[in-house]
Design a protein around this ligand. Sequence first.
Ligand code: NAD
Length: 490
Amino acid sequence: MIPPRLARFLERVGPLYIGGAFEEAAGGERIEVLDPSTAEPIAQVARGGPEDAARAVRAARRALEGAWGRTSPDERGRLLFRLAEAIEAHAEELAALEALNVGKPIGEARMADVPLAAQHFRYFAGWPTKLTGEVLPVSLPGRHHVFTRREPVGVVAAITPWNFPLLIASWKLAPALAAGNAVVLKPSELTPLSALYLAELVEEVGFPAGAVNVVPGRGEDVGRALVADPGVDKVSFTGSVEVGQAILRQAAETMKRVTLELGGKSPNIVFEDADLERALKGSLFAAFFNQGEICAAGSRLFVPRKAAAEITERLVEEAKRIRLGPALAPGTQMGPLVSRSHLERVRAYIELGQKEGAELLVGGGPAPEAGPGFFLRPTIFRAEDRHAISREEVFGPVLAVLAFDDLEEVVRRANDTPYGLAAGIWTRDLSRALRVAEALGAGTVWVNGYYLLDAAGAWGGFRASGLGREMGRYALEHYTEVKTVWLNLG
Ligand code: NAD
């Protein structure tokens, strides 16, 4: 079931990628990487530490001062195009790798993770030749010619989570490289494999040494060292709110630029005039795609009180039909959670939901027939806003269904959260869709759809869900500094 090219990769994977070379960690230690479908080890990867982080930052700096810094915009674009094509040429191995390491169904990795990652590099490949400054019409007395330049920020530390390892790495690498930065990528210690596969592709397509470095390791070791390192100019982080806050505090010491993509508790609102078939399908997708391990999961489903019984009954029936199984098996619709400790965390939320009085309608328990891994059945609660499962990010397949009576009330309740990453609306009434989209405090609002993403879009959170934006031209603003040049013409 593991493609032969991938089997060969699993045999050789291990070393870190620093300055264009694959090397062991300074401490000589390794991290055991598991397959969550079986709970068995699949690879041993070098466990980077602070010394490796410092070495990677120095390699990135040398690249900026050397060959990478001298690369023309056209050549940067060409390298990014080549990387997009290499990802497509290795799509099957990468999809299998994400399934194997994260536990996501291979069909989803083929449909989403890998093509979207390739699209991201292709989109940003077009930008290096179009990044311009402008001439400013100043009014200062005298004669001046004033213009701006967009320059790379410098060395970027990209710190990523375990739920979309390849895709989220591409959200950071593509715009950072397009703008001429050098990057040190620190993948999650749970899922470092696709980042190391990508490092091989970076090497193969010919990026100058040090433009991209990959240092797996624990957040407390490599992540923290990168954020503290005065040689890092910017941190681009995706992960939990707590770690995001710690990074922001720590980055203040060296005045680093910081962008944060953090958690969410996204509302998904079905209005009474919605196309119910589409809304139900979309709401299940919103709650259970990627095992619900997704920052933008539509984990608070608001339904009209009058239709609540019918909607919940149909959701429960559909949830029972979702096929759980090993991530690499062709018919699997939902894989295991990423780790035993994460499974325990999600189960603790389910127990808390029951203790607080939410009504468990389906799921909640393990699925031993799916395999020996970290499986959890899709879970639906009839809940209230006060329950922890309706307020806190569970990051698993747990859906809270909440009844509402009118529009103003549902908008107020949807916005009653410290988060603001995404929201969904299902309605046929265009003016209602636009009014509610305007009223919701979220970085992205989807109308009659969910998880619609594109490299040309913009992605990021309001409030506790983050700082800054990824994707599209918005991302480039965070990977460049604006320099103003004044010429006094006398
Ligand atoms: P996490 O915050 O535990 O870890 C994220 C990364 O940070 C990992 O690589 C980890 O090793 C590293 N890290 C941990 N401590 C660190 C420290 N002190 N300094 C520097 N780096 C450190 O998150 P996770 O469990 O990997 O991922 C789940 C979280 O990510 C959820 O909260 C989810 O909502 C969020 N997420 C957000 C988005 C988005 O686009 N907004 C996308 C995916 C996931």
